[in-house]
Design a binder for this molecule. Structure first.
Ligand code: SF4
Length: 327
């Protein structure tokens, strides 16, 4: 952890979607995708957020910047200011400070605009630069993400996957953000390209003082870039710790299973794969008690009835876990 200045604080965040039952009869039901999540992100750090596909991590990241048609309760504070209740107009000006990099950079780039036009539009809309100043800034942005300034005249389809992700990063940087939500930014890339993008993100963090929430389904990726890691399961954070502590001393049975799936035994010292029963249940079928109990190798009778709370286990290093084994 580099500094202990809170940049983002999330308290009891819940994200619900309204969905019609199959057959279209009856009242719509509320689907709880994020179910009471609390965490802080400190200035200059990377908090890794990891969990299986469908656990709610992307929905959580999008809810932080009001993307998606969901109902959000709880509070989000940015730089000490509560932003959940501010109006959309005020929130738009705040969006310069909080940017997002998406898993599919191609889907988030307008295919009809050249790179120069796309970045120029961002600079213009946010009142940052126009004309010659914008051209100069676009060249700087391309340089900073490791792309040739001549590429300003090219269209998105003329770039490789890794280059497109660099463009996505350039677009996020165009507005000089403080905080970037990185939503699986390397998941769709080849392994060799993944490390280049991760190194670029690390360099940018060091040079520009950025703070990241880094969302991924792969613990080996978040380990490389994170200062702390939060593990998410069925809409809740089940464990959160400094990355070295989490890998050396995982506590939650789900974290242990995720770590055991990493081929390299160096991670967490695990050689034997822990296989979980079944698949992640859907948000319409959340089990009673501890949501992990149908798949947990350590489940007890009590786990079917009582939901554990995320509690601090070690005050010296801030390791928190949500499991009845430790309550
Ligand atoms: Fe497993 Fe019970 Fe802990 Fe849940 S509370 S993770 S079911 S041991």
């Amino acid at each position: 952890m580099k500094e202990q200045v809170r940049l983002l604080s999330v308290n009891d965040l819940r994200v619900h979607f309204s969905q019609q039952k199959s057959g279209g009869l009856g009242k719509p039901v509320l689907i709880h995708v994020v179910n009471g999540v609390s965490f802080d992100v400190f200035q200059g750090e990377t908090l890794g957020l990891v969990g299986e596909s469908g656990c709610g991590k992307t929905t959580l990241g999008r809810a932080l910047i009001r993307l998606g048609h969901s109902v959000v309760t709880g509070t989000i504070s940015f730089e000490g200011r509560e932003i959940t209740s501010i109006g959309n107009r005020e929130f738009r000006s705040l969006r310069k400070e909080i940017q997002m990099i998406f898993q599919d950079p191609f889907g988030s780039l307008n295919p009809r605009l050249t790179v120069g036009q796309m970045l120029g539009e961002v600079l213009l809309v946010h009142g940052i630069a126009r004309g010659d100043a914008a051209r100069k800034r676009i060249e700087e942005l391309l340089d900073v993400v490791g792309l040739n300034k001549e590429y300003a005249n090219r269209y998105p389809h003329e770039f490789s996957g890794g280059q497109r992700q660099r463009l996505g990063i350039a677009r996020a940087l165009a507005v000089n953000p403080k905080f970037i939500i990185c939503d699986e930014p390397v998941s769709a890339l080849d392994v060799s390209i993944q490390s280049q993008i991760l190194n670029l993100l690390k360099d940018l963090q060091r040079d520009l003082g950025l703070t990241y929430l880094f969302i991924a389904h792969d613990l080996s990726v978040v380990e490389y870039i994170s200062d702390r890691i939060a593990v998410m399961y069925l809409g809740k954070i089940v464990e959160i710790a400094d990355y070295a502590e989490l890998y050396a001393n995982p506590m939650h049975p789900y974290t242990k299973a995720l770590l055991s799936a990493i081929p390299n035994p160096e991670f967490g010292g695990k050689k034997d794969r822990i296989l979980l029963n079944g698949d992640l249940p859907g948000p319409m079928n959340i089990p009673s008690g501890c949501g992990f109990h149908p798949r947990c190798p350590s489940a007890m009778a009590e786990c079917r009835m009582r939901a554990p709370q995320l509690q601090e286990h070690n005050s010296a290093n801030g390791h928190q876990v949500s499991c009845l084994l430790y309550e």
